[in-house]
Design a protein around this ligand. Structure first.
Ligand SMILES: [Zn+2]
Length: 402
C-alpha cells in the first residue's frame, strides 16, 4: 500500500498515534505523510493538511485514506493536497523551516543560538540572492557549482568566511536530505582554501617595525596594533567613534572596495576597549578637531588615509615580512590568544561574526600548551604522609623509565 505516516522528529513510520521512539520522553505528536507520487515521480512529503494545519496522526490517517481513494479512482493530483505555501518548496521557504527547527532544537538542548544567527547572516548575504527562488529539489550539482564560483569571485569577504558560508549550505542540504525532501545529497565541488600561513608579530617585532616607520605616520599604525583593527577600519576611523569618557572605540565604518561603508543594522557598530597607549594616541590626534574628521590623516595629503595608502606606506618602510593586516590584526589576535584569552573573549575583542574564526587563534596556538602536555598528571600535591616517609613521586617516575 502506497504511503506511510511518519514521525516528524525521528522519521520512523508510525502505526499508532504516538511515536514509540519519541513518546513519552518528548511528547512529540507532529507527523507527516510520505507518499510516492507518479505525477512527480518522487516521494512527496505532506506536512500539513489542505488548510495548512500541521498533521497529527489521526488527521494524517484520514488524509492518507482519502489520498489512496483518489489514487484508486485515478483522480489523484498532488495539487489537490498541497497548500500553496508548501507546494512552492522553494529554497527560501525551506530555509525558513530549517531555521525554525534549529531554534526549536536550541530551546530543547541549549545549543548556541549564535549558530542560528550565523545561518541567517549567511543566508541573507550570500545564499538568498543566488538560490532563494529555486525549488530545493533543483539545487543540484550544477547550481552549487555556480554558487561556488560566484562566492569564490567575491572579493569583499575572507576565504575563511566563504568556507563558513559553504558549511551552512552543506548543513542545510544535509538537513533537506534527512527530512526526505531531497533524495540524495548533491556532490559538493572541492573548494580549495589556500592555506597560506599568516605571519604574527610579537610585541617586540611590532615595536621594531614601528621604529622603522617615519615618525609622522607611526601613531596611525601603532593605534591599529593596539586595537587589532582591519586596515580598512583603521583608515576609516573618525573622531566621533571614540568615547574618551569610557575609554571605548566604536568600530562602525570601513573601506570596502575603496568606498567608505558605514555599519548596517545587521552588521552593527562594535565597541572595543582602548588600551592605555591607544587612548593616549587617540587623545593626542583628536584634540581640537571636529567629530566628523578622520582621526588619522595622511601627512602627504592632509586628508584621511585610504586603505591602499596605508598598505603602500607599510610595505615601503616597515622592513618586516608581515603584511599590514597580519602586522596589526592577526598579530593582535595571536597575542591575546597566547595570553590565554578564551574563544568568546577573542570573539568580542576581534569582533568576529563567527566564533569559528576566533577558535582558529586558539588552535593555531596549541604549541603554547606544550607544558600542559608534559606535566599532565604530575601536578598533584604530594600527601603529607608520603612526604614524611621520604618517598618521592618524581623518583618513582624516573624509576619507571629506566
Ligand atoms: Zn519519533
Amino acid at each position: 500500500m502506497n504511503g506511510t505516516i511518519r514521525c516528524n522528529k525521528c522519521h520512523k513510520a508510525m502505526k499508532s498515534p504516538v511515536c514509540p521512539n519519541c513518546y513519552p520522553a518528548k511528547g512529540y505528536s507532529r507527523v507527516y505523510i510520505l507518499l510516492y507520487c507518479a505525477e512527480t515521480k518522487r516521494h512527496e512529503k505532506f506536512r500539513t493538511d489542505r488548510d495548512s494545519f500541521f498533521l497529527t496522526y489521526d488527521r494524517a490517517e484520514r488524509q492518507l485514506t482519502m489520498m489512496r481513494g483518489d489514487m484508486d479512482r485515478g483522480i489523484f493530483s498532488i495539487d489537490n493536497w498541497l497548500p500553496g505555501k508548501i507546494k512552492a518548496r522553494n529554497f527560501a521557504a525551506m530555509f525558513e523551516t530549517f531555521i525554525q527547527e534549529k531554534i526549536e532544537d536550541a530551546d530543547g538542548n541549549g545549543k548556541a543560538p549564535s549558530t542560528v544567527k550565523t545561518y541567517k547572516a549567511h543566508y541573507t548575504n550570500h545564499l538568498q540572492p543566488f538560490l532563494a527562488q529555486y525549488d530545493v529539489r533543483d539545487v543540484g550539482c550544477e547550481k552549487i557549482k555556480k554558487f561556488f564560483k560566484h562566492l569564490k569571485d567575491n572579493k569583499t569577504v575572507s576565504v575563511g568566511y566563504k568556507q563558513h558560508v559553504l558549511d551552512t549550505l552543506r548543513t542545510f542540504i544535509r538537513w533537506l536530505y534527512a527530512e526526505g525532501t531531497i533524495q540524495s545529497i548533491p556532490p559538493f565541488p572541492h573548494f580549495e582554501v589556500p592555506k597560506t600561513r599568516k605571519i604574527a608579530l610579537d610585541i617586540d617585532d611590532q615595536a621594531i617595525a614601528l621604529e622603522n616607520l617615519p615618525a609622522d605616520i607611526r601613531d596611525t599604525f601603532a593605534f591599529g596594533m593596539e586595537c587589532g583593527l582591519r586596515p580598512g577600519e583603521l583608515a576609516a576611523l573618525k573622531i566621533r567613534d571614540l568615547d574618551f569618557k569610557h575609554g571605548i572605540l566604536w568600530v562602525q565604518r570601513t573601506y570596502s572596495a575603496c568606498k567608505l561603508k558605514e555599519s548596517t543594522k545587521e552588521n552593527s557598530a562594535q565597541p572595543i576597549p582602548l588600551s592605555d597607549r591607544a587612548y593616549e594616541i587617540a587623545h593626542k590626534h583628536a584634540a581640537g578637531r571636529f567629530s566628523d574628521d578622520f582621526l588619522f590623516l595622511n601627512p602627504n595629503t592632509g586628508q584621511g588615509w585610504t586603505y591602499n595608502r596605508l598598505n603602500i606606506r607599510w610595505n615601503q618602510y616597515s622592513r618586516i615580512e608581515a603584511k599590514l593586516n597580519e602586522a596589526i590584526r592577526h598579530s593582535y589576535g595571536t597575542q591575546i590568544a597566547e595570553d590565554g584569552a578564551s574563544p568568546s573573549q577573542i570573539q568580542a575583542l576581534m569582533r568576529h561574526a563567527d566564533q569559528r574564526s576566533s577558535e582558529a587563534y586558539i588552535h593555531a596556538n596549541v604549541m603554547k600548551y606544550k607544558d600542559i602536555v608534559n606535566n599532565r598528571g604530575r601536578g598533584r600535591v604530594i600527601p603529607m604522609a608520603q612526604r614524611e616517609s621520604g618517598s618521592n613521586p618524581d623518583r618513582a617516575i624516573q624509576g619507571n623509565n629506566s
